[in-house]
Design a protein around this ligand. Structure first.
Ligand SMILES: NC(=O)c1ccc[n+]([C@@H]2O[C@H](COP(=O)([O-])OP(=O)(O)OC[C@H]3O[C@@H](n4cnc5c(N)ncnc54)[C@H](OP(=O)(O)O)[C@@H]3O)[C@@H](O)[C@H]2O)c1
Length: 137
């Protein structure tokens, strides 16, 4: 879903997005897909051992960059967002950290990226709290 679902949906929507004056694609990524964070000692994310999740979100980050470049000439901005840790159905297992952010908190950056103006960025990874939060790839 994190990779093939995104490819299928993106390919289905691109013909329509090309007809929009302000087309935006926001891929919901995660810090757990950040190779920088996975390889760094600060958060020890790699210790969570989320093989499918981390590797598929890392692939999603790569897709974001490639689509951003491929669709740049069409004016379609493609960015990735991380919502931070939000307790949802996704992370009900007791062994997985759930955080204390609300779903509204998690939606802020995705919504901002979905509504960025024409002079806004493409091919960036932002979140969790604001557009100024540069998430490491
Ligand atoms: N929660 C976190 O801490 C966290 C952190 C980082 C990133 N994220 C990312 O944020 C996004 C949303 O996650 P969430 O925490 O809100 O999880 P969630 O509560 O489990 O929601 C997942 C949503 O995806 C839908 N879905 C799942 N499979 C689908 C499919 N094959 N086709 C269409 N819809 C499908 C589900 O629909 P139904 O309800 O109909 O099943 C549900 O609405 C995910 O990409 C997740 O990886 C979450």
């Amino acid at each position: 879903m994190n990779v093939f679902g995104v490819v299928a949906v993106t390919h289905a929507f691109v013909p329509l997005l090309r007809r929009s004056p302000n087309a935006r694609i926001v891929n919901m990524s995660s810090g757990l897909g950040s190779v920088n964070l996975l390889s760094g000692p600060e958060l020890n994310l790699v210790k969570q051992g989320l093989l499918a999740y981390s590797s598929s979100k890392a692939a999603l980050n790569a897709l974001t960059l490639v689509y951003a470049e491929a669709l740049r000439a069409d004016g379609i901005k493609v960015n990735a967002a991380t919502p931070g840790l939000v307790p949802t159905d996704l992370n009900t297992a007791a062994s997985v950290p759930r955080g204390d952010r609300t779903t509204a908190d998690g939606a802020v950056v995705p919504v901002l990226l979905a509504t960025i103006p024409a002079d806004g960025p493409t091919g960036v990874f932002r979140g969790p709290a604001s557009l100024d939060d540069v998430a490491p790839w």
